[in-house]
Structures are given as structure tokens and as C-alpha cells.
Design a protein. Sequence first.
Length: 189
Amino acid sequence: MFISKNNYYLYIENTQTLNLSLINKRNKFIIIYRNTHKQENIQRLKWFRRECNKRAIKFYVANDLNTAIKCKADGLYISSHNKKYYNNGSLNTLKIMGSAHNLKEIQQKKMQRCKDIVFSRLFKTNYLNKSSFLGVVKFNLKKISFNTELVPLGGIRYNNLNSLKIVKSDSFALLSEVKKKPAIIRRLF
């Protein structure tokens, strides 16, 4: 019961939550660091970035261009609530990816020059006040209608990993399941 995709996106909120030694495959994992609570030490981020580099793991920083430049991240992740357009010259070296929940946000992320867009919710989640989800068929139809790489996120659990085989995407993203069961990373090829 293994899943084989080209890229796996893992969301982390601090650098201590993820054990990099669990990641064995090279050039397939992308870590998105999105710290919303407290400012993490920039030296710690630089160290984490070097460790990711050693293991050929790409490292993105969410919504903070200055931190992404300081720690020499591979890219910048623009969340769905971030409407800012970045015109900095240093964006030429950074890859940009974003997240969206609906068609309007997908268009906005395209205008923000996002190459990949994380499109949320593929499966049903347990979050309060968030009962809607796409399902595999609707996600595949939306993927066909856009020329942008859509990455599914939301509700991906240990028990529905096999459903990802029929999703028309080269990658997928994990958020809460990595926190709950870090060993799920071993099932990703």
C-alpha cells in the first residue's frame, strides 16, 4: 500500500516537528515552512535548510520573502489569504507556489506568478465549519480545465492514500497527517 508520485509537499510549523531522517527518497520531497505563531530563530532555519540540502529536499518559506531570502530557500509559498504581489528582483531565483480554495483564488494565484497551486480540500476533513470538499472526480475535472499544476491537499489520511492513485496530479500535500503519524512518510515513494 504505497503511493508513487513525483513530488510530496509536507507542511511544517516549526523545524522540530519533522524528523528528516524519515525521508529516504531524494528529489521528491518539498517542505513548506509556515510559522504563524512565533518567530523562529533565523540561524535555526539556516541550519534546517542546510540539512534539507544535504538530503536533496526542497525548502519553501510561507508568506515571508525576507526570511526566504535570508535562509536561501528554494521558493516562496503564498497562502490563499495573501493577496500581495511580489515584484522583488530576488524572485527570479525563487520558485513561487500558492494555495487556493476556489476558482477565484486560482486565478489570483496565476496572476501572482505561482507555478504550482495547492488546491484544498480533496477529502472530507474534521475541521469545524469546513464541511465542503471536492472529491477525486471534481478535482480531476478542475485540473483539466486549468493549465496550472494543481496539488491536492486536505483530508488525506492513512486510510485513503490508495484513492490518490486515481487523482490526476503528479504530487500531493500533507498537513495534519504528518503531525499525527510521522511514519506515513515511509509509505510515500
